[in-house]
Design a protein. Structure first.
Length: 192
């Protein structure tokens, strides 16, 4: 089954089963059918599992991966996100919206599927350092639960994608402002 079909099915199931405890679902895999190709001749090393390859080292890391864990419940919110394979020792942040596009749009050296209005999870304190290429979004003393930060509502589906610095991307992208990249995206439907 193609990744686009899996993404469409997953989003439809999430929308219909809003009251059930549903695990976060990954989508937005560049260079797969129906999803925009990577803009800087930087396809992911493993299409269908990660974002566009980055330029943080000689061969990049293959592409960064975002995954969600925990429970997306307004009463018992244990939801958190992990991004892996980002560039090492760069800033990263988590983007959130109630809107998404399955095909994605060019965004720096990557493809973004989270669309406007976009909210930075945890605001200005949301910047995390990507140690060894990995970042965790949740758990710092200053962080409220994600449901509180984004103002989640029961039955609502929200979409997340991690942004990170990719300072060497502007050369292969031929765009001076292309100094960042993104992971794949994750959808979450909130239960009471």
């Amino acid at each position: 089954m193609s990744n686009l079909i899996r993404s469409v099915i997953a989003l439809a199931i999430l929308a219909e089963c809003a009251s059930a405890q549903i695990q976060p679902v990954q989508f937005c895999f560049p260079d797969t059918p129906g999803v925009h190709i990577c803009p800087c001749n930087n396809p992911p090393a493993n299409p269908g599992h990660m974002g566009c390859n980055n330029f943080g080292s000689l061969n990049g890391t293959g592409g960064a991966i975002l995954d969600g864990h925990g429970t997306a419940s307004l009463q018992n919110d244990t939801l958190y996100f992990e991004a892996d394979n980002e560039n090492h020792n760069v800033f990263s942040l988590l983007l959130e919206s109630t809107n998404a596009t399955l095909s994605g749009v060019v965004y720096g050296a990557g493809v973004r599927c989270v669309t406007a209005p976009i909210h930075r999870v945890f605001g200005h304190i949301g910047y995390r350092q990507a140690d060894g290429g990995g970042t965790v979004y949740w758990g710092l003393p200053a962080d409220p639960r994600i449901s509180v930060d984004i103002g989640a509502l029961s039955g609502q589906t929200t979409y997340f994608q991690a942004w990170y610095r990719d300072p060497n991307a502007f050369i292969p992208c031929n765009v001076l402002g292309a100094t960042f990249n993104v992971t794949n995206a994750v959808s979450v439907t909130w239960s009471p």
